[in-house]
Design a protein around this ligand. Structure first.
Ligand code: PNS
Length: 165
């Protein structure tokens, strides 16, 4: 086990089984994993930062070396602040790669002490995204294969109520 603090950043709006798989695998590789809810300026979230943190805490409660945080600012500022040595990101397809590669290079430039580590998603999660979960859930579709069981009711109810307002 590496004695390195790793950060798993994302919007997590909401956390999916694909995110959780990456977090669990990171927890097996690094001594401490901080899952951090960040702002993606290109997206407008459906869940508040507090809601997203609560859901992440619920689904990672059995992982002793994982904690949940949020940060409003640059990821590189946060990694410097907590002394993180790694940023762990999941890669689903080649379509993710160009954007993730650009972010990894930028984060390395802004904080040379962190390395971005890409974990390839499991084949069954290749197509999965929070946006897809939100679209299916808001139209009353079954999201039980996409969202961790412990938060399924909360996510399903919240997405349906949002679509009725
Ligand atoms: O889950 P997402 O939306 O793909 O995560 C993207 C996220 C939030 C990790 C990214 O937008 C981010 O790092 N935002 C913080 C602001 C920042 O550091 N931007 C420059 C990175 S190149």
């Amino acid at each position: 086990m590496n004695d390195i603090i790793a950060v798993c950043p994302g919007s997590f709006d909401p956390v999916t089984v694909g995110h959780l798989d990456i977090i669990k695998r990171a927890a097996g590789m690094f001594s401490e994993v901080v899952v951090v809810v960040m702002q993606n300026r290109a997206k407008s979230p459906s869940f508040t930062v507090e809601e997203r943190k609560e859901m992440l805490k619920a689904v990672t409660s059995d992982l002793p070396n994982v904690r949940v945080a949020s940060f409003d600012g640059l990821l590189a500022t946060y990694t410097k602040q907590i002394g993180a040595g790694a940023i762990v990101k999941g890669l689903r397809a080649m379509s993710d790669f160009e954007y993730e590669f650009q972010m990894a290079l930028t984060n390395k430039k802004l904080n040379p002490n962190t390395e971005t580590v890409f974990l390839t998603t499991r084949a069954e999660n290749m197509y999965l995204s929070s946006s897809m979960v939100k679209q299916i859930g808001s139209m009353g579709g079954d999201i039980s294969d996409f969202v961790p069981k412990s938060i399924l009711d909360k996510v399903a109810k919240r997405l349906q109520s949002k679509s009725n307002t």
